[in-house]
Design a protein around this ligand. Structure first.
Ligand code: ADP
Ligand code: ADP
Ligand code: ZN
Ligand code: ZN
Length: 730
């Protein structure tokens, strides 16, 4: 098979990159964060493959939208159809579970419908996403919402004083007038003084016609009580779709609890009563994959055989990539990025198609050194089926297993974008020395009797004023411990920054507010002229510089705005300058350039966390997980003495970036902070002051404290992390 050849790639920071990816091989692309790996692998190679595929069946798009998503590249040749397995969270929808998004859920339904006692026929009768199988009370969601009345109303206030505590019911508003205008209550007495009858009517409504306010004339309407009204209009809403105040109020007023009818299992009573060899489908959905496979192998039911065997094989695949601790009923919204990616991978492992291009984004994310061997053998087995496997990765074990390596660099952003090495994996760099002189803690945070998820009622002391690493295999309980029991900590994870298309580093850090005021003062005009969302923004693109065209079923198409030519602002706004530059130029400056030009502590912090190369106007939606995490850190860096929690901060980072990161932790700690990192990268672990090692295994095989102490002592300890640390370091 001929190699995939890329000629003249120019996406983002790529500088006319020419590269060949040998077909039928495992190729790993390395380079520091921001060097251009994703731009090459996802935005050029995978994007071109998908585009060519789209071209075969979306004539509509082709004819009407010339140049649809074509990557900026001269040519990509010999490109097979591609499958992208990335870390995007799995369908953020509450109906999706590990079972539903793998084949496993449908095989389970098949098994229980074929071999269950009693036999209930259709397999849809076991689906909580089908009316035939769902619990009628919760509609298959497993949870029900209810209204916390004490949060919704303040009984010490009258209606005129704003007794209803929800934004759209605010004093003076239309909804509020439907209550105050009803003439059913005294609007000036606190609710607590309502008679029982008034209170009942207020909450539940009355069979009375009342006048409802409208802009023209009042219309008589049936009076609707507060609770039915709230239930009808608000309860069905998805909290994530609400904005600002309303979202906060909703979180306060609406509580979500386990459905009392199905006990959270989402299924109808009938589906829950069918058993195979004594097991119900919901019992099995709650088992860890590994245990479920054991149960299936032990089944004493002839009728179950072929389906049970196929099911066990799928579960083995899940266990084979380190996910044997997940249960099928686990909501996909609770999985980490690394777990999501591995779950998606399972869908392809049973695949018999060959000749495909598989593209992975740092598949080692979240994996302990112990589990990386399983991962590499999975990548190699995909290759051995006759596929080309292309992986963005930093883990030295994965790099060492590759047939071919492409290194991009030498730096990030404008300092990167060139190929610095291609060839067989280079000699493995030695891991550095273990820290011999750990810092002395200032005190401890005591965690006692921690028992959430798989934790076994453990006691842990987290030292303050030092750098602590929490280690252990995936699923051992690290996140549960750290996120569940360190409540006042500033949590810096990769999801932390919620970005919309409108937000970018310059807005997120607040630097724009300052600069806007400076521009306004300098030019004697209003600051709105320098805001892309206000009068100064280009009216065509709303100050985005690009136009998004939403296409059904496809990612939206992005094109440069023709009116402002990508400059985001009106001619009028761009006419004004401050320190010799216009506001459009500021959006294109990197943080480091802007720091040199304007000097701002927030820009200095961006440079300090290694984001000096980032253009200030780059939409947050296009930042990598690592970039988002560091941006959030830059914004939170000014809390001396605080407790910072980092969740796998090395994801997306090259060993050189990891060095930078540890230096940053050291500066934070030397400045008085307590830093706790959940981490499997031994390069971080060896430089911590203190290690809390959990395990020994995942899920019910984990949840214990195996070791606490300095890394030098861990390297002597007989735990999975200790053994790897000993084997890897000098
Ligand atoms: P890596 O994958 O090596 O971390 P990327 O390919 O994501 O690097 O990024 C390379 C450079 O291109 C970075 O400076 C990054 O900020 C920039 N970049 C990435 N995506 C976009 C985008 N959609 N728009 C503008 N710049 C981008
Ligand atoms: P780690 O951080 O070490 O990978 P976790 O704390 O995420 O481990 O998981 C520990 C155990 O708790 C696993 O068995 C996992 O499946 C379970 N678990 C984690 N989060 C949830 C959740 N939101 N709901 C149910 N179980 C969970
Ligand atoms: Zn229910
Ligand atoms: Zn425009």
């Amino acid at each position: 098979m001929p190699a995939i050849t890329v000629t003249g790639a120019r996406e983002h920071n790529l500088r006319e990159v020419d590269v060949a990816i040998p077909a039928g091989s495992l190729t790993v692309v390395t380079g520091v964060s921001g060097s251009g790996k994703s731009s090459l692998v996802f935005d050029t190679i995978a994007a071109e493959s998908q585009r060519q595929l789209n071209q075969t069946h979306t004539a509509f798009v082709r004819n009407r939208l010339p140049g649809f998503g074509r990557p900026d590249v001269d040519a990509v040749e010999n490109l097979p159809a591609s499958v992208v397995v990335d870390q995007k969270p799995l369908g953020g929808n509450s109906r999706s579970t590990v079972g539903t998004i793998t084949e496993i859920g449908s095989l389970m339904r098949l098994l229980w419908s074929r071999a269950g006692t009693p036999h209930i026929g259709e397999s849809t009768a076991f689906s909580f996403n089908d009316p035939a199988g769902m619990c009628p009370r919760c509609q298959g969601l497993g949870t029900v919402k209810s209204i916390d009345l004490d949060q919704l109303v303040d009984r010490d206030r009258s209606l005129n004083e704003g007794a209803i505590r929800f934004p759209t019911f605010g004093v003076g508003g239309w909804t509020w007038r439907t209550f105050t205008g009803s003439k059913l209550f005294d609007n000036d007495v606190p609710l607590r003084e309502f008679t029982d009858e008034q209170w009942r009517v207020f909450l539940y409504g009355a069979d009375a016609l009342v006048e409802r306010p409208t802009d023209a004339a009042p219309v008589p309407k049936q009076y609707e009580g507060l609770l039915p009204r709230f239930e009808r209009i608000w309860l069905p809403k998805d909290v994530e779709s609400l904005k600002g105040n309303t979202r906060e109020a909703y979180r306060r007023v609406v509580t979500q609890g386990t459905c009392p009818d199905c006990g959270g299992t989402r299924l109808s009573e009938r589906a829950r009563s069918v058993t195979v060899d004594g097991w119900t489908i919901t019992d099995c959905a709650a088992l860890e994959a590994e245990r479920f496979a054991e149960v299936l192998r032990g089944l004493d039911t002839r009728a179950a055989e072929p389906v049970a065997a196929a099911l066990a094989a799928q579960l083995d695949r899940l266990a084979g990539i380190g996910l044997g601790y997940l249960s099928m009923d686990r909501a996909t919204t609770t999985l980490s990025g690394g777990e999501s990616q591995r779950v998606k991978t399972v869908r392809h492992l049973g695949n018999t198609l060959t000749g495909l291009l598989y593209v992975f984004d740092e598949p080692s994310a979240g994996l302990h050194a112990q589990d990386v061997a399983q991962l590499t053998s999975m990548l190699l087995s995909l290759r051995d089926k006759g596929n080309t496997v292309l992986v963005v990765e930093h883990d030295q074990d994965v790099v060492a297993a590759a047939d071919h390596v492409v290194d991009l660099g030498p730096g990030a952003g404008r300092d990167g974008g060139t190929v610095t090495y291609t060839g067989p994996p280079p000699a493995r760099p030695r891991t550095g020395a273990i820290k011999r002189a750990p810092r002395t803690p200032r005190g401890v945070i005591e965690i006692r009797g921690a028992g959430r998820h798989n934790l076994r009622d453990i006691d842990v002391d987290v030292p303050t004023g030092v750098l602590t690493a929490v280690t252990g295999v995936a699923g051992s309980g690290k996140s549960t411990l750290v996120h569940g029991y360190l409540p006042d900590a500033v949590v810096i994870d990769q999801r932390a920054v919620r970005g919309s298309r409108r937000s970018s580093p310059i807005t997120y850090t607040g630097v724009l507010d300052t600069l806007r005021a400076k521009f306004a003062a300098e030019n004697g005009v209003g600051p709105g002229l320098f805001s892309p969302n206000a009068e100064g923004g280009c009216p065509e693109c709303g100050g985005l510089g690009v136009i998004y065209t939403d296409l059904a079923f496809l990612d939206p198409m992005v094109s440069t705005c023709e009116r402002c030519e990508g400059r985001r602002f009106t001619e009028e706004a761009l006419r004004h300058t401050y320190r010799g530059v216009d506001i459009g130029t500021v959006f294109r400056m990197s943080a480091a350039e802007a720091l040199e030009h304007f000097g701002d502590p927030r820009l200095a912090r961006m440079v300090e966390v290694g984001l000096g190369y980032l253009p200030l106007g780059q939409p947050l939606t296009t930042l990598s997980g690592g970039e988002r995490q560091r941006l959030k850190l830059a914004a939170e860096l000014d809390k001396p003495g605080g407790v910072y929690v980092f969740d796998e901060p090395t994801t997306g980072l090259h060993p050189r970036d990891v060095d930078e990161l540890v230096r940053l932790f050291d500066r934070l700690v030397d400045g008085g902070a307590t830093v706790v990192v959940i981490e499997h990268d031994l390069d971080v672990v060896r430089r911590a002051d203190h290690v809390i090692d959990l395990g020994p295994g995942p899920g019910r095989h984990g949840g214990r404290v195996l070791f606490t102490g300095p890394p030098a002592a861990l390297a002597e300890a007989d735990t999975p992390t200790g053994r790897h640390l000993r084997a890897r370091s000098e």
